[in-house]
Ligand binder design. Structure first.
Ligand SMILES: Cc1ncc(C[n+]2csc(CCOP(=O)(O)OP(=O)(O)O)c2C)c(N)n1
Length: 548
């Protein structure tokens, strides 16, 4: 029996690894909602709202490579757009399956709910153009070819795609056939030239290092990139957005490179190198220490997903995977290059009734992390303190460094936990960010997931206090919530919750959290201006960041 339109789409998504669809149901979307629930290989993961669904899908895709959301027409899909835009900026592929009124209602320009009221039905399709790499309105005739086109686009660009289903379409038999669109191959001649140029530059360099980037993680090429390091013996550093693209326990890791904001020995090594081989790093403002990273373009190489730059020469039509595989075979092994040892946050200070300072908190968090942990760090002071921590083997650091939407981390952590229920998910978020999306905490418990959540309560938007003209301006103040009581109100029965304001209380709560077995929610209370070094340096030189 031939498949229906929606059965075809779901079966293809399942084949490429999407097993869960985050979303909020709605009447126009019922045929899609029903089909997901009826599909034995799929789960509909209800979210509290659509932006949270998009953030959860984003977290899921960072762990699993791909994700999907399902929303209803109009208000539902528009709620998701901001989250989808973040995924677009950060190269996270999400399939957005949304709904429309039936083709008959559209033809009649009917005056229907969820429409803007003008009888125009392609408005929302138009709105997603800039935050998706491909989009379509599905029909029985175009379904197969369009599904394959969108899958190919999402995998090629590692960015979101959008499929709208008029309500009468999902249950129609699918018409036509198409084969999966193969991903492009490298042009052999360009590949040869690009690899020759890289091997030549690295071999001639007296000192060299690698900056492994986020696109390695997005393309699932960690083994290939690790093989380049192993074969070449080159030291490597990481920028914030790229943190944990490769394991930080690797003997060649030299530490975080954030321009002048972090370890001077790492900066001196990277900027002093004759050749810097970047593998898919994206050099945003926060990744480059507010543009204080000073890298001479003529000495840098950047291997991107489908092109490579060596100095000022571009090589087009070369696939990152092919370049990495060739480099692992052809780069000579360097045994003469020794970079600095990666700094560690050191021993935590404070005990007993001592207040929780930055020197007490960040080293404790660093020591708390275990191999294979998924650490989701929210935009704010906490992620800028945590990025300096050296993470254990297999542990991954997730942060929205470029898009930087506060509220992302809580639902993203939920999505990551759905994607990898056997790994420990640790969420660290400021309280101001948490206020945007805190209700998603309830979804962890609903799915039997046991995250460890640290909520940093520093009485306001601290990172903004540090970056604006006058930190005391009242727009940086917040409604005071009893954060540690949220899990109970949100139905997380049996969780361990605590509110800690001293080092002794924090130690006791962390010990309890380590014993596992339940979800954990710890509200960490500090003074208003307790901040780690990077935000303090940004505070001291906001002009470098804003050029204003
Ligand atoms: C969606 C969105 N709205 C506003 C901002 C601006 N913003 C950036 S950080 C921040 C405050 C974060 O405060 P909090 O989560 O409490 O962390 P803290 O820095 O206090 O530790 C705000 C409002 C943003 N990045 N994203």
């Amino acid at each position: 029996m031939s498949k229906t339109v929606i059965q075809y789409v779901l079966s293809r998504l399942s084949e490429i690894g999407v097993k869960d669809v985050f979303g909020v149901p709605g009447d126009y979307a019922f045929p899609v909602n029903d089909a997901i629930c009826a599909d034995k290989n799929m789960r509909f993961i209800g979210s509290c709202n659509e932006i949270n669904a998009a953030y959860s899908a984003d977290g899921y895709a960072r762990v699993k490579g791909l994700a999907a959301i399902n929303t209803t027409y109009g208000p539902g899909e528009l709620n998701a757009i901001s989250g989808v835009a973040g995924a677009y900026a950060e190269h996270v592929p999400i399939f957005h399956l949304t709904a429309q009124p039936s083709r008959e209602l559209q033809r009649d320009r009917a005056f229907v709910h969820h429409n803007l009221g003008g009888g125009e039905f392609e408005t929302f399709y138009g709105m997603v153009e800039h935050v998706t790499c491909a989009r379509t309105i599905v029909s029985p005739e175009n379904c197969v070819a369009e599904t394959e086109r969108l899958i190919a686009a999402a995998l090629y660009h590692r960015r979101p795609v959008y499929m709208a289903f008029p309500m009468d379409v999902p249950d129609q038999p699918v018409l036509g056939q198409a084969s999966p669109v193969p991903q492009p191959q490298s042009n052999p001649a360009s590949l040869e030239k690009a690899v020759n140029a890289i091997v030549d530059a690295v071999t001639r360099a007296k000192t060299a290092c690698v900056l492994p980037g986020i696109l390695i993680a997005r393309a699932g090429l960690k083994p290939e990139a690790t093989a380049v390091i192993d074969a070449s013996g080159l030291p490597f550093a990481a920028m914030i957005m790229d943190k944990t693209a490769l394991d930080e326990t690797h003997p060649n890791y030299i530490g975080l490179y954030d321009g002048r904001l972090t370890d001077e020995s790492v900066r001196a090594y990277v900027e002093g190198a004759d050749c810097v081989l970047s593998l898919g790093a994206l050099w945003s403002d926060f990744s480059t220490g507010a543009f204080t990273a000073k890298l001479d373009k003529s000495k840098t190489i950047n291997v991107m997903l489908h092109s490579t730059r060596v100095g000022n020469t571009f090589f087009m039509d070369v696939e990152m995977k092919d370049v990495l595989n060739a480099l692992a075979k052809r780069l000579p092994k360097r045994t003469d290059l020794k970079g600095p040892k990666p700094a560690d946050l050191g021993a935590p200070t404070g005990a007993g009734d001592d207040k929780i300072t930055a020197e007490a908190l960040y080293p404790r968090w660093s020591r708390f992390l275990k191999p294979d942990d998924i650490l989701v760090a929210e935009t704010g002071t906490s992620s800028k303190g945590l990025c300096v921590a050296k993470l254990p083997k297999g542990a991954t650091f997730h942060n929205q460094t470029l898009w930087g939407a506060i509220g992302w981390a809580t639902p993203a952590a939920f999505g990551a936990a759905v994607a990898a229920p056997d790994r420990r998910t640790v969420l660290i978020t400021g309280e101001g960010s948490h206020q945007l999306t805190a209700q998603e905490v309830s979804q962890f418990h609903r799915r039997g997931l046991k995250p460890i959540i640290f909520l940093l309560n520093n009485n306001g938007y601290l990172i903004e206090r540090l970056l604006c003209k006058n930190g005391e301006t009242y727009y940086n103040d917040l409604a005071q919530w009893h954060y540690h009581l949220l899990p109970q109100a949100l139905g997380c029965d049996g969780w361990f919750t605590a509110r800690v304001a001293t080092c002794g209380e924090l130690d006791a709560a962390m010990k309890k959290a380590e014993s596992g077995g339940t979800g954990v929610y710890i509200e960490v209370v500090t003074d208003k201006y307790v901040a780690p070094p990077i935000p303090m340096k940004l505070h001291n030189d906001t002009a470098a960041l804003y050029k204003a």
